[in-house]
Design a protein around this ligand. Structure first.
Ligand code: SDX
Length: 428
C-alpha cells in the first residue's frame, strides 16, 4: 500500500500522496492541494519545498554527502577531469574514451567568440565587476546564435546550443580577465583540452609562449569539478525557472550568473577573502571577529560558513581545505590569510553558537585562497565559480526541458490592502 499523508482541515481529512526518491528522501506531493482543499502552502525561501524531481545531483546535508549522477564527489575530484564531469552531468553517464574525445573535439570547434563581442567591452567602465560583465556578455551571445532562440529545438539543435554555451563561456571569462588588465585577448588553441585552453587564454601572452604549470591545471580541474553542480541551489533554480518560460540557454544561464553573484551564494568566495584580509589588517584577532559574527546587532557574518542544506561539513570544503596546503606548497606560495581561515574554523567549530546552528565551512571558505595562489584577482573568483557551475546549470536546464516541466509560477498569500475606492487628487 503506497504511503500517504493525511491533512486535516476543519472536519475534513485529505489524503496526499507520498513519493520516495532513490536515496530514500520522502516528499508529500501537493501538486493537487489547491484543487482538493482551496489552500496553498507557504514556505518563504523554499526551505522545505521540493521544486522538481531530478536525477542529476544528490546531497545529504546531515551526512555531508554529495554525488553527481551517483558518483561520490571525492572520487570525481580525485580521478576525473572537469570536462569529463561536465559530460557526466549533462548526458547522465561517464563517457567512453571515444565519446570524451568527440565531446572535447566538438567543444574545441566552438571556443571562438564572434569578434563583434569585443565591442561590448568598450562600453564597460574599466573597474566594472566581472560578474556584471559576464551576465551581460552571456546574454549577448544569444544575438549571435538566433537558432538557439527557437523554443522547440530538436535534440541536435539543443545539443549544439549546449556545446556552444559550454565552449564559449571559457573564452568569455578569459577575455574579461584580459580586458581588466588592459591586455590583448588570447585566442584558444585546439591542441589544448578545455581547462588547459582556459588557462592558456587567461594567463597566456601574445609576445611569448607561456607554459601552464601542471599543478595549476590539476588545481583548476579540481576546483571546477567541485563547483560543477549542487542540485536546486539559488542559481540552478533560477536557470530552471527562466528556462521554464522557453527562454533560450544564454538568457537562462545569464540569469543564473546574476543569482550566483550575491554574497550569500557564489559571491561568498570573494567575500571570504575580503573578510580574511580585513581580519588580517585588524591584527588577526579571530576571537573578536567570531564574537561579531555571533552578535545579532552586528551585521557581520562569518562568510564561507553555514549552508541551507549541509548541517555537517560541506564535503567540498574538506577537499578544498586539503588541496589548499598541497597546492600552496607546490607553488611555493605562503598566504597569511590561510592561517587566519584555519584559526577561524578551529574556534568556530568549538563555539556553541556555530555548533547549535550546525554552521560549518562551505565550499566558499577556502576556495578563494587557492584561486589567489593560482594568480586570479579577488573579483574574478565568482566568475570562476560560474565557469565551474555551468555544466550543472546546463544539466538542470536540459532536464527541465526534457521532462516538459510547466512554466514555474509560485503562488502567494496576499497581505496588502483590501478593496479601496479611488479618491480624486483634489480630495486627498
Ligand atoms: C553557496 O545552496 C547551495 O547549494 C549553495 C552552494 C552551491 O554550491 O550552490 O553551496 C554555494 O552559496 C554556499 C553558501 C555561501 N554563502 C556564505 O558563505 C554566506 C554566509 N552564510 C550565510 O549567509 C548562511 O549560512 C546561508 C545563506 C548560506 C544559509 O542561510 P539560511 O539557510 O537561510 O540560514 P539562516 O540565514 O536562517 O541562518 C540560520 C541561523 C541564523 O541565526 P538565528 O536567527 O537562528 O539566531 O544561523 C545564523 C543565522 O544568523 N547564521 C550565521 C551564518 N550563517 C547562518 N551566523 C553567522 N555567520 C554565518 N555565516
Amino acid at each position: 500500500m503506497a504511503e500517504t499523508a493525511q491533512l486535516k482541515i476543519g472536519d475534513k481529512t485529505f489524503e496526499l500522496p507520498v513519493i520516495e526518491g532513490t536515496e530514500g528522501e520522502k516528499a508529500i506531493d501537493i501538486s493537487k492541494l489547491r484543487d482538493q482543499t482551496g489552500y496553498v502552502t507557504l514556505d518563504i525561501g523554499y526551505k522545505n519545498t521540493g521544486a522538481t524531481k531530478s536525477a542529476i545531483t544528490f546531497l545529504d546535508g546531515e551526512q555531508g554527502i554529495l554525488k553527481y549522477r551517483g558518483y561520490p564527489i571525492e572520487q570525481l575530484a580525485e580521478k576525473s577531469s572537469f570536462i569529463e564531469v561536465a559530460y557526466l552531468l549533462i548526458y547522465g553517464e561517464l563517457p567512453s574514451a571515444e565519446k570524451l574525445k568527440s565531446f572535447q573535439y566538438e567543444l574545441s570547434r566552438h571556443t571562438l567568440v564572434h569578434e563583434d563581442m569585443k565591442k561590448f567591452f568598450d562600453g564597460f567602465p574599466s573597474k566594472s565587476h566581472p560578474m556584471g560583465q559576464l551576465s551581460s556578455l552571456v546574454s549577448a551571445l544569444s544575438a549571435f546564435y538566433p537558432e538557439s532562440l527557437k523554443p522547440s529545438q530538436t535534440t541536435e539543435e539543443l545539443n549544439q546550443s549546449i556545446i556552444k554555451m559550454l565552449a564559449k563561456m571559457a573564452t568569455v571569462v578569459s577575455w574579461i580577465y584580459k580586458k581588466s588588465l588592459g591586455h590583448p585577448v588570447i585566442y584558444p588553441q585546439n591542441k589544448y583540452d578545455y581547462v588547459t585552453n582556459f588557462l592558456h587564454m587567461t594567463f597566456g601572452q601574445r609576445t611569448e609562449e607561456v607554459e601552464i604549470d601542471p599543478v595549476v591545471i590539476d588545481a583548476m580541474n579540481k576546483l571546477l569539478i567541485l563547483h560543477a553542480d549542487h542540485e536546486q541551489n539559488c542559481s540552478a533554480s533560477t536557470v530552471r525557472i527562466v528556462g521554464s518560460s522557453d527562454s533560450n540557454i544564454y538568457a537562462s544561464v545569464s540569469a543564473g550568473i546574476s543569482a550566483l553573484w550575491g554574497p550569500l551564494h557564489g559571491g561568498a568566495n570573494q567575500a571570504v577573502i575580503e573578510m580574511l584580509e580585513k581580519i588580517k589588517e585588524d591584527g588577526g584577532d579571530t576571537d573578536k571577529w567570531i564574537a561579531k559574527a555571533k552578535d545579532k546587532n552586528d551585521p557581520f557574518r562569518l562568510m564561507g560558513f553555514g549552508h541551507r542544506v549541509y548541517k555537517n561539513f560541506d564535503p567540498r570544503a574538506r577537499i578544498i581545505k586539503k588541496a589548499c596546503d598541497d597546492i600552496l606548497e607546490k607553488l611555493g606560495v605562503n598566504d597569511e590569510v590561510l592561517e587566519i581561515a584555519k584559526k577561524l574554523e578551529e574556534v568556530a567549530l568549538k563555539d556553541p553558537y556555530f555548533v547549535e546552528r550546525k554552521l560549518y565551512p562551505n565550499v566558499d571558505f577556502y576556495s578563494g585562497i587557492i584561486y589567489r595562489a593560482l594568480g586570479f584577482p579577488t573579483d574574478m573568483f565568482t566568475v570562476l565559480f560560474a565557469l565551474g557551475r555551468l555544466p550543472g546549470w546546463i544539466a538542470q536546464w536540459k532536464e527541465m526541458k526534457e521532462n516538459k516541466e510547466p512554466i514555474g509560477r509560485p503562488r502567494q498569500i496576499y497581505v496588502g490592502a483590501t478593496t479601496k475606492e479611488y479618491v480624486e487628487i483634489a480630495n486627498r
